[in-house]
Design a protein around this ligand. Structure first.
Ligand SMILES: [Zn+2]
Length: 469
């Protein structure tokens, strides 16, 4: 949307995430998203055979309540499951068990964006339509516990949408309740997009099939532009569901949108109503004890304890392994001033090694950083030592000695080197003496070359200055 546009876009999100419980939502079948063979983890309950009875998975309820606590939402005291009636081959019962009137969690916020509710439901089976003149249905996913989180219409740009999505993905992973891998469909985004000239909301269009944050951004931007174009031509936006075609980079009409009354929701008579505060270990204080650190808390802690750059902190929120290496090394470092130096090495040099870098332990890394700060190794040398540390268990000092990476600060030895360079480079020396300061850098460079990079450049520079002035 152009900056001076009179149009204002408003977006609300519905986000689904498969919970990583051991078993499915209402039966004892294994919940295994990595199972490649179709129809392995199935039973009469998740195949909807007549006469079977669902049983609520307590872990799944617990996971949703933990999410609720982490976003500062209100946990329900009373909750129940409803039947959402519709027909599709991937929903063998003819209805999906979901929550309508009494969600487990109401309200809350993430990054300041208001959340309406978080509820629990079951996933559908997976159908494949691109196999021939027929379709296939795999029921492994049928009945997998699914979180649905609905936000208020509080986003005004595609960037806000992806920022929120990424933060939620991290939150679910930090809490340990979902893997939320979007490529595998473990987390799925739907955006309700509307455009209007004033504060009133325009006609909502639901955009589905957003299976990466990048496609979510593109789809929302596309939809905003499409609606503005229609409105500027004096046409109406139709309330409908549109899919996102990643190949065409465009949304396309799927069907006109159902209202909630079309689903004829009613409480599932097969399941007990939940009085949550009365269920052992599902009350708030018990849940709080089990709650892990959230990305928000981690951000605040990294700022307070290490005073790192914000970009480094964001990096550690997304790259948990490298954050752990940083914190482990930091625990061996006493000088607060050294934390940022340590972090610079982690964010650039160790990160560039990929998974190999994960093998570097905090203690050895901390002693390398001390060597660097004490000028015993150059930054180039430290980089080389880091690489060698991934391949050996040796201490950084031993590696530096073996590889000749210890910086020479011995004035006597370096003076001899400098004297030779001065006599070999008379022209440059006279340039320097005539006021060309940059000539000194050339001489220092020659000195570094002559010592195969092992000289301490600061010490060498001082020696040249002393000899030439
Ligand atoms: Zn089952």
């Amino acid at each position: 949307m152009k900056k001076d546009s009179k149009w204002k876009a408003t977006i609300g999100l519905e986000i689904h995430a498969e919970l990583n419980t051991k078993t499915k939502m209402f039966c004892a079948c294994k919940n295994d998203p990595d199972e490649k063979r179709p129809n392995i983890n199935i039973c009469p309950i998740c195949l909807a055979h007549p006469g079977t009875l669902p049983v609520i998975n307590k872990e799944a309820v617990k996971s949703i309540l933990k999410i609720g606590l982490a976003i500062g939402g209100k946990l329900a005291d009373f909750s129940e499951f409803d039947r959402k009636n519709y027909f599709y081959p991937d929903i063998p019962k003819g209805y999906q068990i979901s929550q309508y009137k009494y969600p487990l969690v109401s309200g809350g916020e993430l990054l300041g964006f208001k959340i309406t509710r978080v509820h629990l439901e079951e996933d559908t089976a997976r159908s494949s339509h691109d196999v021939g003149d027929f379709s296939l249905v795999d029921f492994n996913r049928s009945g997998v516990p699914l979180m649905e989180l609905v936000t208020e219409p509080v986003f005004h740009s595609a960037t806000e949408v992806s920022k929120f999505g990424i933060e939620l993905q991290h939150l679910l992973q930090y809490l340990g309740v979902a893997k939320a891998n979007m490529e595998k469909g473990e987390m799925r985004l739907e955006a309700n997009v509307s455009v209007s000239e004033d504060e009133k909301l325009g006609t909502k269009v639901e955009v589905k099939n957003l299976n990466s944050f990048r496609s979510a951004e593109r789809a929302v931007n596309y939809e905003i532009e499409r609606q503005i174009e229609l409105l500027e031509k004096g046409e109406k936006v139709i309330q409908e569901t549109r899919g996102w075609d990643d190949k065409k980079q465009a949304t396309f009409s799927q069907r006109s949108k159902e209202d909630s009354q079309d689903y004829r929701y009613f409480p599932d008579p097969d399941l007990p109503k939940l009085k949550l505060s009365e269920i052992h270990d599902l009350n708030e204080s018990a849940l709080r004890k089990e709650l892990k650190e959230t990305p928000k808390e981690k951000r605040e802690r990294l700022k307070k304890d290490y005073d790192l750059k914000d970009s480094d902190i964001d990096f550690y929120i997304s790259n948990v392994n490298l954050g752990d290496i940083f914190e482990s090394a930091a625990s061996f470092i006493t000088s607060k001033k050294s934390f940022q130096t340590l972090s610079n090495f982690v964010v650039s040099d160790i990160a560039s090694l990929g998974e190999e870098g994960f093998s570097i332990d905090g203690k050895r890394l901390a002693s390398l950083i001390s060597m660097f700060i004490e000028n015993k190794v150059s930054s180039r040398g430290a980089k080389d030592i880091i690489l060698k540390m991934t391949k050996s268990k040796k201490e950084p000092l031993a590696i530096a000695e073996e590889s000749g990476l210890l910086q020479k600060s011995d004035e006597g030895e370096l003076t001899k080197v400098a004297e030779k360079i001065i006599s070999d480079n008379e022209a440059v020396v006279s340039e320097y003496k005539n006021g060309k300061i940059s000539a000194l850098q050339f001489l220092v460079g020659q000195g570094m070359k002559a010592t195969s990079g092992s000289a301490n450049p600061q010490v060498l520079r001082a020696i040249f200055e002393k000899l030439l002035n």
